[in-house]
Design a protein around this ligand. Structure first.
Ligand code: ARG
Length: 249
């Protein structure tokens, strides 16, 4: 690992590249087996975090709001992702403030939940609301291990979410309790196992196998946990959701 921009990344800790490749392919396979379409973007040398496609943009109703990365090491990633969107017929709106796509911007039915505290700024939240014309609800993250909203919360369906309360400021916790009295809450252990970096299609939840407490709670509510192990990616601070950009058309 050549740089460290979150507490998970340790330059002294090697990544098993061939295991990482197999794990990534297992995620693609899990999506396809459950009927989802997967498109890929060609990786560029020197941009290892490019695998975390979620951070490149947020797409709502076929409209793309791009990214402006906080870390200089990641800024060049915007170029190939934008090229991919353009080649597929989408225009890309450029943020003026630091904004890390679906890492911090989580479309949740009638509104967009938006994290701040470590990466995406409140100014970017305003830009996103103006661009999409959808209410943006700002939430403050307080734990550096959960530096992106998608490490602390995921959307289960149009009406509900799962999250780890400890990752949020007291006021933001209260906001989440008001919006989602019926939420699935996860422990910090679930979150440290990347359990909240999940993708749900409303029934199946693609989830890290280490988040055992959370998987039980999901099953109790009628969801079907589909375990996918991305342990090599956890070393970079990413998991299932980080590797997944959802194209909402
Ligand atoms: N190393 C990357 C970073 O710190 C990991 C990004 C993970 N992506 C995510 N959507 N949380 O920026």
């Amino acid at each position: 690992m050549r740089y460290a921009i979150n507490p998970w990344m340790r330059p002294d800790r090697p990544v098993d590249v061939s295991l990482a490749r197999r794990q990534w392919l297992s995620l693609v396979d899990a999506y396809r087996r459950h009927g989802h379409t997967v498109e890929t973007v060609e990786p560029l040398p020197g941009l290892p975090d490019m695998v975390f496609a979620a951070n490149a943009a947020v797409v709502v109703d076929g409209r793309v709001f791009g990214s402006r990365f906080h870390a200089p090491e990641r800024r060049p990633e915007s170029v190939p992702y934008e090229a991919w969107f353009k080649a597929h017929g989408f225009d890309v709106q450029h943020p003026e403030s630091v904004c890390e796509g679906e890492g911090d911007l989580v479309p949740a039915g009638r509104w967009i939940l938006a994290g701040t505290g470590f990466r995406t700024t409140p100014e970017a939240h305003r830009e996103v609301q103006e661009f999409f014309g959808v209410p943006v609800i700002g939430l403050t993250l307080v734990d550096p291990y959960f530096y992106h909203l998608d490490t602390a919360l995921f959307v289960l369906d149009e009406e509900n979410v799962a999250y780890c309360p400890e990752a949020f400021s007291p006021g933001s916790r209260e906001v989440l309790e008001r919006l989602y009295p019926d939420a699935v809450t996860a422990t910090r252990e679930d979150a440290l196992a990347f359990g909240l970096n999940s993708v749900s299609d409303g029934r199946h939840v693609f989830v890290a196998p280490g988040a055992t407490h959370l998987a039980g709670r999901l099953a109790d509510r009628g969801y079907v946990p589909v375990p996918v192990d991305l342990s090599e990616f956890h070393k970079a601070g990413g998991g299932i959701k980080c590797c997944t950009q959802e194209i909402r058309s």
